[in-house]
Structures are given as structure tokens and as C-alpha cells.
Ligand binder design. Structure first.
Ligand code: FES
Length: 84
């Protein structure tokens, strides 16, 4: 199924890009922009974004890495920032 008509991107293209990015870097945060770049394209009108995002979310590899899910409140002092 075509998801992005401007760039002719299908749901299979999106799933392949997400799978490839997760395999290349298990800790990466996958965004629509990264998917477009992985496919060598860029968004034009943005009208596909709701369907594009829901297609991405259906992919099992879209999970945010566990260590990035926990808020890091208080970590600023541990790593030396003043918290400003
Ligand atoms: S339909 Fe995807 S950018 Fe226009």
C-alpha cells in the first residue's frame, strides 16, 4: 500500500527502513525524518504523516530502547551540569 503519494513510499518501504535502522543501531531513536533519509527521500506536503506514523508504530522494531525510556531527572548533577 502506498503511504506517501508525493514520494511513492509504501508500507513495505517504511518497515524495511525501520528494520534496517534497528539492525544497524539497536539504540537509535527512529523518526519519520530518519526513515525518509534512509529511503533517500524527503517529505513534501506532509499530508501522509498520520498514516506514515501509524505505519511506523505497527513495526515491532519501533520500541524505544529501555535505557532511554526512564527520565533522567537528577542525572544533570551526576554528569556535572549546573541544571540551567
Ligand atoms: S504525501 Fe507524503 S509528503 Fe506528500
Amino acid at each position: 500500500m502506498i503511504v506517501c503519494h508525493c514520494q511513492k513510499i509504501s508500507d513495505h518501504d517504511i518497515h524495511a527502513a525501520v528494520d534496517w535502522m534497528r539492525a544497524a543501531d539497536p539504540e537509535t531513536i527512529i523518526t519519520p525524518g530518519k526513515v525518509y533519509r534512509a529511503l533517500g527521500k524527503r517529505a513534501k506536503c506532509g499530508g501522509c504523516m498520520p498514516l506514515f506514523l501509524s505505519t511506523m508504530r505497527r513495526n515491532a522494531n519501533m520500541e524505544v530502547p529501555a535505557d532511554l525510556r526512564t527520565p533522567v531527572f537528577g542525572k544533570a548533577k551526576e554528569i556535572g551540569h549546573e541544571g540551567r
